[in-house]
Every structure is written in C-alpha cells, then in structure tokens.
Design a binder for this molecule. Structure first.
Ligand code: SHN
Ligand code: NAI
Length: 246
C-alpha cells in the first residue's frame, strides 16, 4: 500500500465535493447518538445503510429503511457482507474505531472515524439546505461547534425563498439548454437572469403569476422554437414581454 494512505491526516487541504449516494451501500459501525446522526444524514441522501452495533439507541432501533445488525465489529463477517462505498466508525472505543479505519483503507473504502479525523478520508460538514441549494461549512475538524455556529448565521441569511428561486433557475436552464442551440445566447440569458430581482418577487408573493408570464414569453421566442437565430437572446422585446422594467 502507498505510504501516503496510511499516514495520519492533518486535513490541511480538504477537497470539497458533493456526493450522490442514491442506492450506494454504506456501513455505520456503532449505535449511539453520533452513529444515529450519521445514519439519518446518509438515509436522507438516499443511501442503502447497514448499521452494526453491540447496542442500538432508541432512535436507531425505531428507524425504518435501514438494516440493523446487533454484533461487534468483526473483519471476517464484514468481508462476507461484501463491499461498501463508505464506512463510518462511530463506536465509543478508540481502538475499535482505529481497526475499522484500517479495515476500510485496506479495501479502498471511504472512511469517517468520528473520534479521529486523522484516520478519516472524509469528514462531514455542517449543512444548510434550501431545496437544491446546499451550503456546507467545515472547519476541517478544528471546531465542529464553530462550523455549526457559522451555519446558524447562514441559515438566518438565506431564507426559504431560495428553494423556489433555484427550482425556477433550474427549470429555465433545462428548457433553454434543450432548445437554444446558440451557446453565447444561453449564457447571456443565464447571467442576466441573476440580475433580475426574482428573490424579491418571491418574498413579496408576486412570483407565481410572473413566472407563468415568463414561461409563456419564453415559449414564444423564435429562438426557443428553433425558427430564429438565438444570437441576441434575451432581446429587449422579450424582457418587455415578461414585464421586466430594469
Ligand atoms: C472531524 C469531524 C468528523 C465527523 O464526524 O465527520 C468531527 C469530529 C469530532 N466532533 C466532536 C464533537 C462534536 N461534534 C459535534 C457536532 C458535529 N460534528 C460534525 C462534524 C465533525 N465532527 C467533523 C468535522 C467537522 C468540521 O469542523 O469540519 C457535524 C458538523 C456534522 C455531523 O456530525 O454530521 C456536527 C454538527 C451537525 C450540525 O450542524 O448540527 C458537536 C456538537 C453537538 O453534538 O451538538 C460536538 C461536541 C462539541 C465539541 O466537541 O465541539 C469530537 C470530539 C468528541 C469527544 O470529545 O469525545 C470530534 C473528534 C475530534 O475532534 O477529534
Ligand atoms: N464526530 C462527532 O460529531 C462526534 C463524535 N463523538 C465521538 O463519538 C463517539 C461515539 O459517541 P456516542 O454515539 O455518543 O457513543 P455511545 O456510547 O452512545 O455509543 C457507542 C456505540 O458503540 C457501540 N460499540 C462499542 N464497541 C463496539 C464494537 N466493538 N462493535 C460494534 N459496536 C460497538 C455501542 O454498542 C454503542 O452503540 C464518542 O466516543 C466520541 O468520541 C462525540 C460527539 C460528536
């Protein structure tokens, strides 16, 4: 094995990624409060979660949609269960957690060790969600409580309107990508849309009616139907059609 892999990690240059875990096999070992938090977040991500623990918290025992195995960590029985994309070592036994980390590393599985970031290949951030908008804050383990405090500030600054805002941008982007072949025109529209006060309209409750007008005006654009050139989109005529007064 490469030496770099087994060296303690100092988390100097964390590499942030957003992962899609839908249907992926994930294993959490440990059945206390910390394991429960990790299991819930994995389940919310659509993962296929197995939990192995000597004892389960009430919350875990009552969870549906997860496989619970009441046993202690054992390399042989785990190997029989097959490969997992990622593992979380969440027992309260530091030595056992370190053994789980070694087990995962030797099999190239991602590993989060809840009491030893230096043995982890991934750690979990504190998160704010507004539909498709996901804001993750990490202190690279320096202070999980500080990460949480910062997230509370972000939580207060980014309201519920962002969910509808991103749903709208996403829908328009898909429509335009599908139908407008001119790349510059597409990019121009996407950029200009960010300058429109859509968030203000959502906050004021005017958005539903306006977005219907917008979709109709969009449908009527020659560059949407493929009949015209999309070079000058969005035109002033288009902006006028959607009632936009900048
Ligand atoms: C490295 C990391 C590994 C990982 O778990 O992924 C890790 C490690 C450790 N956490 C410890 C303690 C606490 N952790 C929390 C809470 C959270 N911890 C989370 C993540 C992480 N914790 C990763 C780094 C995150 C980063 O900073 O980038 C959050 C963000 C996400 C989540 O867990 O899903 C979640 C907040 C969720 C939310 O937003 O609500 C609280 C507060 C509470 O529980 O209320 C406390 C008690 C207060 C305190 O100690 O600060 C200890 C000491 C244990 C001991 O003393 O025995 C260690 C081990 C060590 O530091 O060595
Ligand atoms: N990363 C984080 O966010 C945090 C991490 N921690 C750390 O997480 C650890 C776990 O915390 P809690 O969930 O509160 O602990 P806990 O004591 O409530 O639960 C420990 C669990 O591990 C299981 N266990 C112990 N040895 C085992 C083995 N050999 N095989 C299988 N299962 C085994 C127990 O049955 C129990 O379910 C703590 O020791 C602490 O160091 C604590 C707070 C936050």
């Amino acid at each position: 094995m490469d030496m770099g892999l087994t060296e303690p990690r100092r988390w100097q240059h964390p590499y942030p990624i957003m992962a899609s875990l839908t249907g992926s096999r994930c294993l959490v070992i440990g059945g206390g409060q910390v394991a429960e938090r990790k299991v819930r977040s994995l389940l919310n991500a659509g993962a296929h979660v197995t939990v192995i623990a000597a004892e389960f918290s009430e919350g875990l025992a009552g969870l549906s949609g997860v496989v619970l195995r009441r046993e202690t960590f054992n390399v042989q029985t785990l190997d029989e269960a097959g490969v997992y994309l990622l593992l979380v070592a969440a027992t309260n036994d530091k030595e056992v957690n370190a053994r789980i980390a070694r087990y995962a590393m030797e099999r190239s599985m991602l590993i989060n060790v809840v009491d030893q970031p230096e043995l982890s290949t991934f750690i979990m951030p504190s998160v704010v969600r507004r539909g498709k908008l996901v804001i993750a804050v990490s202190t690279a383990g320096a202070s999980p409580s500080a990460a949480r405090r910062i997230v509370k500030e972000i939580d207060a600054a980014y309201g519920e309107e962002y969910e509808m805002y991103l749903d709208f941008l996403s829908r328009v982007r898909l429509l335009v990508q599908e139908r407008v072949t001119n790349k510059e025109a597409r990019q121009k529209l996407f950029k200009e849309m960010l300058d429109w006060d859509l968030l203000g309209m959502i906050r004021q409750g005017d958005f539903g009616g306006w977005s219907e007008v917008f979709y109709q005006a969009l449908e009527q654009q020659p560059w949407m139907s493929g009949q015209g050139e999309a070079k000058e989109a969005p035109s002033w005529a288009f902006l006028a059609a959607i009632g936009w007064h900048a």
